[in-house]
Design a protein around this ligand. Structure first.
Ligand code: AMP
Length: 283
């Protein structure tokens, strides 16, 4: 595996690959890698001639300074994991490489209603930061396919919308959420949970599953208030939102008429760690 921190070296390596007709699969990440990231890499490897991973903790998508500072960083271990699964190229840029004119330089893009709800509502500016960095990374890597996790369902919708608006020549591939044996969605943030918090964290997925089982039988309003109560009964939990929304528009739904397109979404603080998860109710 080659590891580069400059755009020039990365572009140079990829140009060579492209000249010989190789397709490129790309997985952008913020590092502190786990099985969820590796599953995306494995898929990128299987479906392309070469696979590229980027590790960059993008400051413009954090609306909370503390969250940015506390974000786990584990580059040596990440590089070993990527080497072991056969990643071809790891790109680890610094901020002056990605934002040469400063971090105030953000993409001028409107997402309509997509970024007004859920993560967009509670983390203002987050998706503009995500779209900015992903657009820049796509421009450097020029992947044929880019892989994203459904764990960040709204992010996936935002990226698809950005690709559509700029007509970028990249295929966006979505992969299922990888979970711990007890159901907790894998996340780099899980390593910041205390032992006690980690023990109660699986209630998030249990609530999502039970909402799925009861979908169509109870009203949406009943299920949401029941779900919030279940989580907040556990010590340290504070639910930011629990919503059932349309998979395409991400707008909340209030009746089961749209059940075939319904997804349940949650964001909750466990202590000072913010966790998100979701479950498709139609599959
Ligand atoms: P991050 O490093 O958190 O920015 O995530 C990089 C990519 O990995 C994003 O496309 C995420 O959606 C995806 N990802 C993160 N956690 C998981 C998971 N548990 N299962 C599947 N994909 C994931």
């Amino acid at each position: 595996m080659e590891t580069y921190s400059t755009i020039d070296e990365t572009r140079g390596w990829l140009e060579e690959a492209r000249i010989t007709g190789k397709s490129v699969g790309f997985v952008p990440t913020m590092g502190a890698l786990h099985e969820g990231h590796l599953a995306l890499m494995q898929r990128a490897k299987t479906e392309n001639h070469c696979c590229v991973c980027s590790i960059y903790v993008n400051p413009t998508q954090f609306n909370n300074r503390q969250d940015l500072e506390k974000y786990p960083r584990n580059l040596n271990q990440d590089a070993r994991m990527l080497e072991n699964i056969g990643c071809d190229l790891l790109f680890t840029p610094q901020t002056d490489e990605i934002y040469p004119h400063g971090v105030q330089e953000l993409l001028d893009i409107e997402f309509g209603r997509l970024d007004k709800v859920m993560e967009g509502r509670f983390r203002p500016g987050h998706f503009r930061g995500v779209a900015t960095v992903v657009r820049k990374l796509f421009d450097i890597v020029k992947p044929d396919r880019a892989y994203f996790g459904k764990k960040d369902y709204q992010q996936l919708a935002i990226i698809r919308e950005m690709v559509r608006q700029y007509q970028l020549p990249v295929e966006i591939m979505a992969s299922d959420t990888v979970r711990e044996p007890d159901g907790l969605a894998m996340s780099s943030r899980n390593m910041r949970l205390t032992i006690a918090e980690r023990q109660v964290a699986p209630v998030i997925y249990q609530v999502l599953q039970q909402i799925k089982q009861r979908a169509g039988k109870k009203t949406i309003r009943e299920l949401i208030s029941w779900g919030v109560k279940q989580m907040e009964k556990k010590p340290g939990f504070s639910v930011e939102y629990l919503e059932i929304a349309n998979r395409y528009t991400l707008q909340p739904i209030s009746t089961w008429k749209e059940k075939d397109e319904a997804v349940v979404f949650v964001a909750a603080f466990l202590g000072d760690v913010r966790l998100i998860d979701n479950l498709e109710l139609f599959s």
